[in-house]
Ligand binder design. Structure first.
Ligand code: SF4
Length: 168
């Protein structure tokens, strides 16, 4: 299955704990002032890549702990990212998904769109919400602004309420 990507970074230590492969989705419906990746916003930009090729890149990364989906907006291609995430999990890797949507918005959208629910459920952690210049905080680990939360997805779904986590 093809995924529209802005790029793949084989080894990152700034997109979640441990060494991670980061897949940057191409396309985002928002235009946050101060967006850290403005080149990823145009859905017509970037390039297509087969998920199997991305998986090969992930497998090549030594000591990789997990995979981070960033963007752009991974939930714009929820089905393709969920499928890739499932394959990565089968290899024992954890999944962190960054999104401009809030947890609450995704739960609502997921009622109508099973792929959105699937990508949510395949993620171990969700870093949610748009970047807000007014709440920018350089001291935060793995986030740009204070409104963004690191959410433990499984615990939150079990509890029926947001359970936040701390990677720092
Ligand atoms: S949601 Fe993220 S990628 Fe999209 S415009 Fe905002 S900061 Fe940029």
């Amino acid at each position: 299955m093809k995924i529209r990507i802005a790029g793949v970074v084989g080894e990152s230590v700034v997109d979640g704990p441990g060494i991670r492969t980061v897949v940057f989705a191409q396309g985002c419906p928002r235009a946050c002032i101060g967006c850290h990746n403005p080149e990823t916003l145009d859905p017509a930009g970037g390039r297509d890549m087969e998920d199997i090729e991305i998986l090969r890149l992930i497998e090549k990364t030594k000591l990789v702990k997990g995979v981070t989906f960033s963007g752009g907006e991974p939930f714009m291609q929820a089905g393709a990212f969920a499928r890739l995430g499932k394959k990565a999990r089968e290899k024992g890797l954890d999944i962190i998904t960054y999104t401009g949507y809030t947890w609450e918005e995704l739960l609502e959208i997921g009622k109508e769109d099973p792929a959105v629910r699937e990508l949510l459920e395949i993620s171990d952690y969700l870093v949610d919400g748009p970047f807000m210049e007014s709440r920018k905080d350089l001291t935060l680990a793995f986030r740009g602004s204070a409104n963004q939360r690191i959410i433990n997805v499984r615990e939150s779904l079990q509890k029926g309420d947001v359970v936040t986590a701390d990677f720092a």
